[in-house]
Design a protein around this ligand. Sequence first.
Ligand SMILES: [Zn+2]
Length: 240
Amino acid sequence: MAFAMSFFEPLLDLLLPSACAECSLPPTVYCRNCLSRHEAHLVERSYFVSGQLAVAKKLPGLALSVLDDSVSRAMTAFKEKNQFAVARSMVDALLPDESLWPVDLVVAAPSARANFKKRGFVPAELIAERVAKRWDLPHLRSALTLVRRVEDQASLTVEQRQQNLVEAMRANPRVAGKRVLLVDDIVTTGSTIAEVARAVAAAAAEPVAFVVLAETLRRHAPSPHPAGFQVGPMASPKID
Ligand SMILES: [Zn+2]
């Protein structure tokens, strides 16, 4: 399926009208003004290794933007209206030229079955494909599979999100021995990233870091990345 989407992607982009997914101005699907507003920044989430629930391991990550109302509109255009160029534009403009971590392989978080049936594609796979291309890394498609039914994370509370995904994924044995970069569209509590990392580690690979298009800053909670945690070279995002 991922292959088929890649094949039809340029065609779909041509058929859809081009206007910025954030500000709605033509002619591009994501204008330079809006893209230049974003700064890639380092984030961090924790995960647990199977069988060692007491030990939380830290996983560094890179978020290309913060999920404010404008970025939410862009995410909706990408995920619900098949505007694949939104994700490509963000990666091309905001991802650093080279990987920040030593990694061998890129994998994407899987979509809940209902979301895949509704959309016909896995957003994280398209992002992973672009990140892998930019960083000249192999991308193992469908590397993570859901081994049981899960609910859409977006509709759940923090506690429910964690419960929803416990031991829910299995990684392709081909990841064994690899240093793995995890990719998803949005990170909030980090429970999806945590389960991907656990599954990757359970398959004898090393989860090294993750990349997401946007980070949700939780209200009523301290900022997950302290002030001064910005990445210097990415302060002014490059366009083209
Ligand atoms: Zn714009």
